[in-house]
Design a protein around this ligand. Structure first.
Ligand code: LLP
Length: 446
């Protein structure tokens, strides 16, 4: 499977953005996240075009949680997309990247007063309200600052999407949002409408992530328009904006066949149109918040192969120099990946191996990968790691987080440094009685 600008060059090596990945591994070290800039930009454009050509007014936000870095925010801004952030940290990153605040949406199921204050001070375009206490808290914060904040109401339509249970978020039984069932959403809308410093703009939902089936997207769109009609009748508020979240899946494996961006846009916009017509409802502005499908396939992780352990008749373990700290998704969601041995990209895949990380865990990255015979020093390129990899990376086992390099037209530019060993102890503090040379005067354990 070759994605975006990936190709095999004359040396039989994997190339991305005109850069030889084997040389990148040598120059920047491994593990290394690389991002195919042209593919990322192209996907942003296609997504915009798919919606803009089918619907009168749309605003597409990149969901920053998928891959947050200041340079990524700049690309998103240049491509004319808005930015959805889900914490003070993501908001801060966007603002540091000089992302126009009016095109930022703040999410979160448990936003703090500080986060809401930061959003109000920055003048973000929308705050997406998640629960009733937050309506009152944001009203209080906005009033203190004599500001008016535009808000959307996050609603849970009760739609079950066929994806891993950890990333289903549209059901009734979820921590997110105001439930449509039982009247919580109606109550939330009324509260937002009555809050003097909040401007109610519309409603939002997000049913889950890595979804291939278009039916739940259609269903959610229909239910949201029905709910907008209900709000007009019962609460007297006008839904000017309808935000249907993100969630479209990407290709992790050659056999994966997600719908195209165009098929997805057609399904969603047709559902909204038809339902609005039914209710005699003017078409609201349509908001979208894709994360994974914009950046997922544009990212690749390069690792160096270390120990190769063959257990005859059982399995061959190929260990790489990263693992669950740079990609926790196999452990969290049973996620599966494909990979190319970057320096043997033309060799036939004659063996089956299990690719493991180097953590003190059974951190299988890829089970049963068909690959050429591997040896220490080979460079393994794991594909489709652009979404929820760098953004979910940790320092487990005190592994420094990898660098991120942006690739385009044969140029490779660092957009995030590799953490150093000093970074790992930078925040540690030593109380006096633990300083080297101090002995412990207290009682020793029995
Ligand atoms: N909008 C909201 C409110 C969301 O919660 C999310 C993702 C998105 C948009 C973007 O969804 P996407 O288009 O990327 O599917 N860490 C998990 C995914 C968690 C998704 C959380 N919300 C994973 O690695 O699969």
């Amino acid at each position: 499977m070759l994605l975006g600008t990936q190709r095999i060059n004359g040396k039989g090596a994997l190339e991305i953005g005109g850069c030889d990945t084997v040389e990148l591994a040598r120059e920047f070290g491994t593990p290394l996240y690389v991002l195919d800039e042209d593919y990322f930009r192209d996907t942003c454009r296609r997504y915009r075009a798919a919606f803009e050509s089918r619907y009168p007014e749309v605003e597409i936000s990149f969901s920053g949680k998928a891959f947050m870095a200041t340079a990524v925010c700049r690309i998103v801004d240049q491509e004319g997309l808005s930015l959805d952030v889900s914490s003070g940290g993501e908001l801060y990153t966007g603002l540091r990247a000089a992302f126009p605040p009016a095109r930022i949406l703040l999410h979160g199921s448990n936003k703090s007063r500080e986060e809401l204050a930061m959003a109000a001070d920055a003048g973000v375009g929308r705050v997406v309200l998640d629960n009733l206490p937050e309506v009152y808290l944001l009203q209080e914060v906005a009033a203190e600052k004599s500001k008016t904040v535009d808000v959307l109401l996050r609603v849970t339509p009760g739609v079950r999407a066929d994806t891993h249970t950890h990333i289903q978020t549209g059901e009734v039984d979820t921590k997110f949002g105001f439930s449509m069932v039982g009247g919580a959403a109606r109550q939330g809308a009324a509260a937002a409408l009555n809050a003097r410093n909040l401007e109610f703009r519309g409603i939002h939902c997000h049913i889950g992530s890595q979804i291939f089936d278009l039916a739940p997207f259609r269903q959610a769109a229909e239910m949201m328009v029905d709910f907008a009609a209900q709000l007009r009748q019962e609460v007297g508020c006008v839904v000017e904006e309808l935000d249907l979240g993100g969630g479209l899946g990407v290709r992790y494996l050659p056999e994966d066949e997600p719908p195209s961006l165009e098929e997805y846009a057609e399904a969603v916009t047709a559902a909204v149109r038809a339902r609005c017509e039914k209710h005699g409802f003017p078409l609201p502005k349509l908001l979208q918040e894709p994360g994974r499908c914009l950046v997922g396939e544009a990212g690749t992780t390069l690792y160096t192969v270390g120990v190769v352990k063959d257990i005859p008749g059982v399995r061959t373990y190929v260990s790489v120099d990263g693992g669950m700290s740079d990609n926790p998704r196999p452990a969290l969601y049973d996620a599966r990946y494909d990979a190319i041995v970057a320096n043997k990209a033309t060799e036939p895949r004659t063996t089956k191996v299990t690719v493991s990380g180097k953590h003190c865990e059974t951190d299988t990255l890829i089970a049963d990968l068909e690959a050429p015979e591997m040896a220490p020093g080979d460079i393994l390129a794991v594909q489709t790691t652009g979404a929820y990899n760098y953004s979910m990376a940790s320092n487990y086992n005190r592994l420094p987080r990898p660098a991120v390099v942006l690739l385009s037209d044969g140029r490779a530019e660092l957009i995030a440094e590799r953490e150093t060993l000093d970074d790992l102890v930078r925040l540690d503090r030593m109380p006096d009685h633990l300083r080297p040379g101090e002995s412990h005067a207290g009682t020793s354990p029995q």
